[in-house]
Design a protein around this ligand. Structure first.
Ligand SMILES: [Zn+2]
Length: 233
């Protein structure tokens, strides 16, 4: 096998390793994305819970008010039994009627609050169900991503072992040049001459460089991008 052929195989492995490494970098972001909806659903459910709590506090306050007003009526009735004149009696009667009106208003309030609570509970139940389902999705996504990550890491380790063995078979000077360019450019270090142009940067190559590349088994350097050029016969 020629140096060019060996370097091309090495490059193919390096590109694969690079792609796989990029895949692993994307996994945390994909996990986060998968959790974003769940967080949103949880926040909505928490907001409903908080509304329900406020509603319960409001109902209690109204009930307490009703109880206070009822006690007030009780006291007024006792007082009514002790009065001497009709006027006094009627005055208390009037006050009782007013308190009863307050009670009715409070009871209406309580009724409205209870209806509101019912709606809130229905919403909350739906939202909690949604959280549960989304949690399942997130868990299964997370599991799949973990498995994928483990698979990728195994694959990278395998490729690296392979390429380490291959490196030993390649001429050290060419290998160093190849490695330096691949690290620097990150896509291709070794490219063919394509229709008189560099297969990497696509610039037209001067004829003397093409002649150099055509010499069997050797490579030349693209004067524009610095990649190694070879002639594909
Ligand atoms: Zn080039």
């Amino acid at each position: 096998m020629t140096t060019i052929e060996k370097l091309l195989i090495l490059q193919e492995r390096d590109r694969r390793i690079r792609d796989l490494a990029r895949d692993t970098e994307q996994i945390p972001a994909r996990k986060k994305l998968s959790e974003a909806t769940l967080q949103q659903y949880k926040a909505t459910a928490e907001a409903s819970q908080s509304l329900l709590k406020h509603n319960a506090t409001a109902i209690k306050a109204v009930e307490l008010e009703v109880e206070t007003q009822r006690q007030r009526i009780g006291k007024l009735r006792v007082q009514q039994n002790t009065v001497r004149t009709n006027d006094e009696y009627r005055a208390i009667e009037k006050e009782i009627a007013m308190v009863e009106k307050i009670i009715r208003t409070e009871e209406d309030k309580a009724l409205a609050l209870m209806e509101e609570a019912e709606g809130l509970r229905t919403n909350l139940a739906m939202q909690e169900q949604r959280v549960k389902e989304e949690q399942k999705t997130v868990d299964s996504d997370s599991h799949a991503l973990e498995q994928r990550l483990a698979g990728i890491r195994d694959e990278i380790a395998r490729l690296q072992t392979e390429r380490a063995a291959m490196e030993k078979e390649i001429d050290a000077d060419w290998l160093n040049r190849y490695t330096r360019i691949f690290k620097h450019l990150g896509d291709f270090a070794l490219v063919p001459v394509e229709g008189g142009s560099c297969g990497g940067c696509h610039m037209k190559i001067p004829p003397h460089l093409i002649q150099d590349a055509k010499r069997s088994g050797t490579m030349t350097t693209c004067s524009y991008c610095g990649r190694l050029l070879y002639w594909r016969s």
